[in-house]
Design a protein. Structure first.
Length: 459
């Protein structure tokens, strides 16, 4: 067996104030898995995709999975030679002109923060569904509770947070897997012809479904934000990125196929279900698992909030080091060795977004959908810029090959098509306002670098 070689960057990573080499490969993988929140998609997102794509739901998820796998391969090429808390922002900055790197940073920061607010909305929704007493609590208070607890863990210890996220997701996914296996055992392994033949499926429905399905995957790259905290980061991080994309893709494909088949057997509309696994668990003769899976989805929302705050804070830390935001965001806690000020800032923004929308009358489901859709713009932008940066990066290091160039072009085109799917046909309100909100945010972020006084920048 060949000896492993530790590179100088792995042995002595640049000083960031973060703990070095403390997260195992499994704990590193848990960051990406928790940011994906795999329990959330079967419970909330797959029914939404079904409402658009019907029997083509599996196809929408397959196309989204292929697009994310292309991006995972692009990101892994960077992650094999570079380990930094800056994640995709660092990859874009190393290869693109300054405007490209800054755009990636602001886009990624919004993506993680908005996703955090989105899953807080899901937390509110499930709290009110599962616990009757929660109906007497205002949504904004539930949002503050979820965000405060998640921020507390992100502030104090990244390793404890990673382990907690891992166990939460493992328990939730296991229960869903048991229900699916029981359904397969009950119905037998047979091809569902309406799905196989794409009965009553329209191309526009699948296209819109793909855009929504992409939201199920976003966050798979968030292990890259642990570049200084993961053990052997140049090995564990690229593996975590690729493994999370593949594992999530297989899980989602099995879930959407089985959910579509199961709801056809009970003659109910999956697209209108707000708790699909209660019905599926009953069909599988495991009724107790229905409420347990709902509880698992509820807790998974919290784990995803924690993962998003963890990732966004580290991107903010790197941006502060590069002078894109106030230098205070680049400080780390002397004892905890976490980016504590950045964590507090991100947690505050997540709380303001979720609680503010709740105060304005938005339901938990509305918050989940609105801020999640906004996050997709940030992720697609960051993914596109990283795909575009890959050939430049490899060329500078004399590693560019025709296969790598093809990978870059294909991934970039996939992201362009995904972005186009969010813009046309023009969605209904309030989704039609989101592109303008996102554009205004990017302009403000890019302008800040030029307008902020010198003392606000890191030296």
């Amino acid at each position: 067996m060949p000896l492993e070689v530790i590179t100088p960057e792995e042995a002595s990573p640049p000083d960031s104030g973060l703990r070095h080499n403390i997260l195992s490969p499994l704990e590193t993988l848990s960051q990406s898995i928790s940011a994906i929140a795999p329990t959330t998609s079967p419970a909330l997102t797959i029914p939404l995709v079904f409402a658009l794509a019907g029997n083509g739901t599996w196809l929408a998820y397959l196309l989204a999975c292929l697009a994310m796998l292309l991006m995972a391969l692009c990101i892994a090429r960077f992650a094999r030679t570079s380990a930094s808390p800056g994640s995709l922002y660092k990859y874009a900055t190393d290869s693109l002109p300054p405007i490209g790197g800054r755009t990636a940073g602001w886009a990624l920061l919004l993506a993680y923060t908005a996703t955090g607010a989105s899953v807080v909305g899901g937390f509110i929704n499930y709290a009110q569904v599962l616990f009757p007493a929660a109906h007497h609590l205002p949504g904004w208070l539930l949002a503050l509770i979820a965000t405060t607890v998640a921020t507390f863990f992100a502030y104090h210890d990244v390793q404890t947070s990673a382990r907690m996220m891992l166990w939460i997701e493992a328990a939730s996914v296991s229960m869903i897997a048991l229900v699916i296996l029981a359904l397969i055992f009950r119905t037998g392994l047979k091809l569902d012809l309406p799905q196989a033949q794409l009965h009553d499926v329209t191309p526009s429905g699948v296209r819109l479904g793909v855009v929504l399905a992409i939201f199920s995957f976003v966050g798979f790259e968030s292990a890259t934000t642990l570049g200084h905290e993961a053990k052997k980061p140049l090995r564990t991080i690229p593996r975590a990125v690729i493994q999370s994309a593949i594992l999530a893709g297989l899980f989602f494909l099995i879930c959407c196929y089985t959910e579509t088949l199961g709801f056809r057997q009970i003659h109910q509309d999956l697209g209108k279900s707000d708790g699909p696994f209660r019905a599926l668990a009953t069909l599988a003769h495991l009724p107790i698992f229905g409420p347990l899976i709902d509880i698992g989805a509820f807790v998974s929302m919290f784990a995803c909030t924690l993962a998003c705050i963890t990732a966004a804070a580290r991107v903010l830390l790197k941006m502060a080091h590069d002078g894109l935001v106030h230098a205070h965001m680049g400080r780390t806690h002397a004892k905890n060795e976490t980016p504590h000020i950045a964590v507090l800032a991100v947690g505050l923004v997540v709380a303001i977004l979720a609680a503010g929308l709740s105060i304005r009358g938005a339901s938990g489901a509305d918050i989940y959908a609105w801020t999640g859709s906004l996050a997709v713009y940030g992720f697609i932008t960051a993914y596109f810029l990283v795909a575009a940066a890959l050939p430049i990066y490899l060329c500078r290091n004399a590693q560019l090959t025709p296969a790598a160039l093809t990978l870059s072009i294909t991934a970039a085109l996939a992201m362009l098509l995904a972005m186009a799917g969010t813009l046309y046909p023009v969605p209904t309100a309030p989704y039609n306002y989101l592109p303008y909100i996102y554009l205004a945010y990017l302009v403000a972020g890019l302008a800040w670098f030029h307008l902020a006084p010198g003392p606000n920048r890191a030296t």
